[in-house]
Design a protein around this ligand. Structure first.
Ligand code: ATP
Length: 499
């Protein structure tokens, strides 16, 4: 409320200097005082109520991309309703406000429409201009195989340098791109399996989601370079087979760091660019783990804000970049609940070690989604009733437990933990009392047990109305993250790098 009454220059005023939005500011916006407001009758709607009242009421902060639309809407509204009686204005204003809330509440129908009808075509046009949508198999060399999932095989690779001869490119054997200085631009290539049931569809979804997240949360995911279809069968290529390509983001994922005996210290200088001196090992570990969790949950918040649930959050799907950023990968199982994309009611593609007890993002009885625009209209209701984002938050909680409790880091220990958890109804406090594994919980118990409290609020059954687990936004407001020394250390590391 205080900010409504404050007679300061608001961000709205600053933004009104944008030419296409410019409209005269009522005097009351700059000379407004509580006394004037309480004594004057509201005869000219925007003459008496400062515009940041609407900005606050509708929860549109300065960084919100919808702010210009709100500003424009308000100025248009003033013009259109200038001849109407006061009551009529209020009715129209209330209806418009409710409509606005509906369109902007999660998962964001309005932003979804802007994304689908404006941003996606723009991205397509831009990518086509710079040649990203015309990738060919001859643009890449394929190196060592990195891993294999149910629907795809992942390889190291590189973009073929301009001066590279065709003979070399079509070489007799696989090139070791990892250690070859000629290849400056390294990539990750995923070959969608040919002839495996469901693989083609899976590849199409993964491609769609990568374009979608590259618009919605580019900082949080590996940079997607596009796809191509192999024109001939040669080496790893099979004619007609689809390949997806990403920028190479880093040598290792969180799982490989976690499996190392030196975890979390093996990430210390990557995350903070230095050793955190003057702290005992438990406090150092706690700061590193907190910084990792902060990044994971911030990325989850970004994708959840746009209606996407990843559904396969686990250490192997978190790549650690050289700069210490943690990026989400593998969107093949993701679902976009704004439009019902990749949502099949009774199907879950899950890793049992990280999957929440409810197994599905939405109740099984939720029907197959209708066509996309209709699904979008119903999505706010579906989201508010079911909080599907809490699915990923459970997985994040399991990752926190694994990082903070050394005894839970191995696959066998994690399986045992999961079966113990199941036996106690996924209640971490009960697990702590009954487990025979004698877990070392010192990291979580620091600072009056803030870490433990956060873990209990992530690793839990869903409660009343399918809530009861913290969302990403709520988790970031949890005391565990407030006044986080990890942030101070991260900022210091950036400052010292800039020197
Ligand atoms: N952009 C990238 N940069 C660096 N490494 C990557 C990148 N993308 C994937 N990787 C590495 O490749 C591994 C496999 O990738 P991904 O999970 O997408 O494949 P997958 O076939 O779906 O595997 P799975 O089904 O086992 O999850 C990751 O664990 C990661 O280590």
């Amino acid at each position: 409320m205080a900010s409504i009454l404050r007679p300061t220059t608001t961000s709205l005023q600053k933004n009104l200097s944008v030419p296409w939005l410019s409209c005269p500011l009522p005097n009351s916006l700059t000379t407004f005082t509580p006394t004037r407001r309480s004594s004057s009758k509201c005869t000219a709607l925007f003459g008496e109520i400062p515009r940041d009242f609407f900005q606050n009421a509708l929860n549109v902060d300065d960084s919100n991309p919808l702010l210009p639309f709100l500003q424009y809407g308000l100025s248009q509204f003033e013009q259109v309703t200038s001849g109407l009686p006061e009551n009529g204005r209020w009715v129209i204003l209330t209806a418009t406000g409710l409509g606005w809330i509906y369109l902007t509440v999660r998962p964001g129908v309005l932003m979804g429409a802007i994304d689908a009808y404006i941003l996606a075509p723009l991205q397509l046009g831009f990518d086509s201009l710079i040649g990203r949508r015309n990738l060919k198999m001859s643009d890449f060399v394929v190196g060592e195989r990195l891993g294999e999932g149910s629907f795809g095989v992942v390889y190291y690779g590189a973009i073929v340098p301009k001066n590279f001869s065709v003979d070399e490119r079509v070489g007799k054997a696989k090139t070791r791109v990892e250690n070859d200085d000629r290849f400056k631009e390294r990539v990750i290539l995923k070959k969608v399996k040919v002839g495996t049931k469901g693989a083609e569809e899976f590849g199409d979804y993964e491609e769609w989601f990568n374009y979608r997240v590259s618009r919605a949360a580019p900082q949080s995911c590996a940079e997607f370079l596009g796809s191509f279809v192999a024109e001939q069968t040669r080496l790893e290529f099979t004619k007609g087979g689809k390949w997806l390509v990403w920028k190479f983001e880093g040598d290792r994922n969180l799982a490989s760091y976690l499996n190392n005996r030196n975890f979390p210290f093996n990430l210390e200088s990557i995350m903070f660019k230095r050793i955190l001196e003057g702290l005992d090992p438990i406090k150092r570990s706690a700061l590193i783990i907190k910084q990792i969790m902060r990044q994971i949950i911030t990325s989850l918040k970004r994708i959840h804000d746009t209606g996407i649930v990843h559904r396969d959050i686990k250490p192997a799907n978190l790549v650690v970049t050289k700069k210490g950023q943690i990026k989400l990968i593998d969107f093949g199982a993701a679902t976009d609940l704004r439009i019902g994309k990749n949502y099949i009611p009774d199907s879950g593609l899950l890793d049992p070690d990280y999957c929440p007890p409810e197994l599905f993002v939405l109740p099984e009885e939720t029907p197959t989604p209708p066509p996309e625009p209709i699904a979008a209209i119903f999505s706010p209701v579906l989201w508010q009733l079911n909080s599907p984002d809490l699915f990923d938050m459970y997985s994040a909680g399991i990752i926190l437990m694994q990082m903070a409790v050394p005894g839970l880091r191995s696959t066998a220990a994690l399986k045992n933990f999961n079966s113990e958890l199941k036996a106690v109804g996924h209640d971490l406090n009960t697990w702590r009392e009954v487990t025979r594994s004698r877990p070392d919980l010192r990291i979580l118990d620091l600072d009056s047990g803030r870490g433990w409290d956060l873990a209990t609020k992530l690793v839990s059954e869903r409660g009343f109305l399918r809530r009861g687990r913290l969302s990403a936004a709520a988790a970031l407001r949890h005391p565990y993250f407030l006044l986080g020394g990890d942030q101070a250390a991260a900022v210091l590391s950036k400052l010292s790098l800039k020197k």
